[in-house]
Ligand binder design. Structure first.
Ligand code: ADP
Ligand code: MG
Length: 632
């Protein structure tokens, strides 16, 4: 048993799957650990804990809140709270208000850096196929109440500090990320394991060794945590290089987090080994899939098979019927030796961990980069600000270097902003590493993505004709990066396929966010200018320069259209003047051939005339995810 943080006996409402099955309420022994909320059978007569009945991975939790009870509810079920995760709500009833508050507080503390925290929730129960608060009849329906700002949640990994709104930006977001008091942040004392090596670059850094354990001491900077190694050395580490101890899958090389079906197939085919495999998150939230490459499937080049890891009603895992296991690692271990119903046994681990992820900047509190640490490899292209080069930092880290030509940017303002931008960190955003300000013209140093610009990739880079699912996965990447920016009230202002990049795995990341504010070129900044992104702008921007997250949403719809036309120019036949007048009068882009009605429906929702009727990025990310699940 891993360290328990809280334990108590609560009533739990059964999570009935069918509308017709009666609800029941049972006493369960709940144990909260660093990574799980588990509940066990409880023998009230003997006061003993019995078998495990179920558990929720803390990293899957999206919301912890109280639930409003009905006026006539029994006394023992007054202090209700809900833990929302992939499988829906888990309803728990505490004995007193104090105990409920204590558990909610602790749970919130532990999940506050989770990726998919909800911005809205349902304050009342889901009963008999209806949400009592809003009468919606779909369990997955978006919450009807905006979460209280003071609730201690922040959306997105490490999203503690909302950024100050940028000048002249319209504040249209109904929700702003809350300030979390310093003391309430990630619990210090937490044990983590390094998933990658990371050298100590500066004296204040602590070197990470893959698979070694560290104790976290300070998490006030969400991206660089202070930690201690087993020898007592202390220093800063990139928080995205470690996982909580006890997290079942993360420590296994075969587990490829954040890898979708197309990416898995690409990795497996590149490796080209019969029996090559990985375990990845299924498109169905909370489930896992084994992807296997086999040369025995009839297809001469080999083919990929995908097997969902199923669960039995009592929480056992299996791939092939009759071979049940308590844990996924046990199941994988078994199938590494026995094919048991699959095309082949799992012979070779194919991992996406070969390359460590980007860190938020190159070190703790380090935004000024010494230009003598940079070497230039080749010119990647030329953009609005000048030449962009591929280079290395310290001879080992790939970076892209934007060399700003003199007079192209209001540099001092940008440098101030860069310190804020450094704090933005998401796997679907191109990471800003820092700036060289002492060079004759400034350099902007970012993460390097080997497949370059998304627009060129769509037009030329896709080797085979892409499937609708592949294209939707690209859109999903962008929607998640943008949902993070939205949660920070950060407006991109120039979202388009040309401002996204593609990494070696095919993951799309958004770049150049907020940069347009520092461009010194009237042709680009004035909506009447020839370089203004008219084709990506909604009527309120074209007419009144009203930028908001909702104008980014419009641009996202156009970006989806670019993806589904493989990089066509929007409104190809029209010039900028025509676009302004016709789009304001209701003209919209047509449905691309490759986009089904539902995909087109998502695009069209981004182009609603009234900005506040357009969805949020978080809602879009959910819709795209749902559709992906449907299409696969
Ligand atoms: P700007 O935003 O200054 O107008 P771009 O972002 O268009 O410049 O960059 C010019 C070219 O450089 C792009 O078309 C792309 O091919 C390449 N590029 C830019 N950033 C990166 C990056 N982070 N990784 C790889 N290639 C990049
Ligand atoms: Mg650009």
């Amino acid at each position: 048993m891993c360290d328990s943080i809280l334990e108590d006996i609560f009533i739990k409402r059964s999570q009935q799957r069918r509308k017709t099955s009666p609800l029941n309420y049972k006493e369960r022994w709940f144990i909260l650990t660093w990574d799980k909320l588990c509940y066990y059978d409880y023998d009230a007569d003997k006061g003993k804990r019995k078998g495990l009945r179920g558990s929720v991975d803390l990293e899957k939790i999206k919301c912890v809140e109280t639930v409003q009870t009905e006026a006539n509810c029994p006394r023992e079920r007054i202090y209700a709270f809900q833990v929302i995760y992939d499988e829906g709500p888990l309803y728990i009833f505490a004995k007193t208000e104090e105990v409920r508050a204590q558990w909610i507080k602790k749970l919130k503390e532990l999940v506050q850096t989770n990726k998919d925290l909800m911005q809205k929730y349902h304050p009342c129960f889901w009963i008999d196929g209806t949400w009592l608060c809003c009468q919606q009849e779909v369990k997955q329906a978006m919450g009807c109440k905006v979460l209280n700002k003071q609730n201690g949640f922040a959306y997105g990994r490490g999203s503690y500090k909302p950024l100050p709104p940028t000048p002249s930006e319209e504040k249209s977001s109904p929700w702003s990320p809350p300030q979390v008091p310093e003391s309430d942040k990630h619990p210090s004392g937490m044990k983590v394991i390094a998933q990658y090596n990371h050298p100590a670059m500066m004296s204040q850094d602590l070197e990470l060794q893959k698979d070694e354990e560290y104790t976290v001491l300070d998490t006030s900077n969400p991206n660089w945590w202070k930690a201690r190694d087993k020898y007592g050395n202390e220093g800063y580490i990139p928080s995205n290089y470690v996982v909580t101890v006890g997290n079942g899958l993360d420590r296994h090389d075969w587990y490829c987090k954040n890898t979708n079906r197309s990416q898995a197939e690409k990795l497996l085919k590149t490796e080209n080994k019969d029996g090559g495999f990985m375990v990845r998150d299924s498109s169905k939230p909370g489930k896992y899939t084994v992807s296997l490459f086999t040369k025995g499937g009839g297809d001469s080049g080999g083919s990929c098979k995908h097997y969902n890891i199923c669960t039995t009603p009592n929480g056992m895992f299996y791939l092939a019927e009759k071979h049940n296991f308590n844990t996924i690692p046990e199941l994988i271990n078994y199938h590494q030796h026995n094919s048991a119903g699959m095309f082949s046994r799992l012979k070779y681990i194919v991992s996406n961990r070969a390359r460590p992820p980007s860190t938020a900047g190159l070190g703790y509190d380090m935004w000024e980069i010494d230009p003598s640490c940079l070497t230039f490899i080749r010119v990647l292209g030329t953009g609005q600000f000048g030449v962009v080069q591929h280079g290395k930092w310290n001879g080992q880290h790939d970076v892209a270097i934007k060399m700003i030509k003199p007079g192209a940017m209001s540099e001092d303002d940008f440098i101030e902003e860069a310190k804020v931008m450094m704090m933005l960190h998401h796997e679907n955003l191109v990471q800003l590493y820092g700036v060289c300000t002492k060079t004759s013209s400034i350099y902007i140093v970012t993460e390097f993505l080997s497949n370059g610009c998304l627009l060129t990739y769509l037009r030329e880079g896709l080797r085979q004709h892409p499937t609708s699912v592949q294209l939707l996965e690209m859109c999903k990447d962008v929607s998640e990066g943008m949902a993070y920016l939205e949660s920070k009230q950060y407006i991109h202002r120039d979202l388009a396929a040309r401002n996204c990049c593609v990494d070696g795995n095919g993951t799309v990341k958004v770049t150049d966010f907020g940069l347009s504010r520092y461009v010194l070129d009237d042709e680009y900044t004035s909506s009447a200018g020839s370089k203004f992104p008219v084709r990506w702008s909604p009527p309120e921007v074209l007419l009144y320069c009203r930028f908001s997250s909702k104008s980014d949403i419009w641009a996202y719809g156009v970006l989806m259209w670019e993806v589904y036309t493989l990089g066509k120019l929007p409104y190809e036949q029209l010039n900028n003047n025509d676009i302004v007048s016709q789009v304001s009068r209701g003209l919209r882009l047509y449905r691309p051939q490759m986009a089904c009605e539902k995909v087109h429906g998502i695009m069209a929702s981004c182009w609603l005339d009234k900005a506040d009727e357009r969805p949020t990025f978080q809602e879009l990310a959910f819709s795209v995810q749902d559709l992906l699940y449907e299409l696969q």
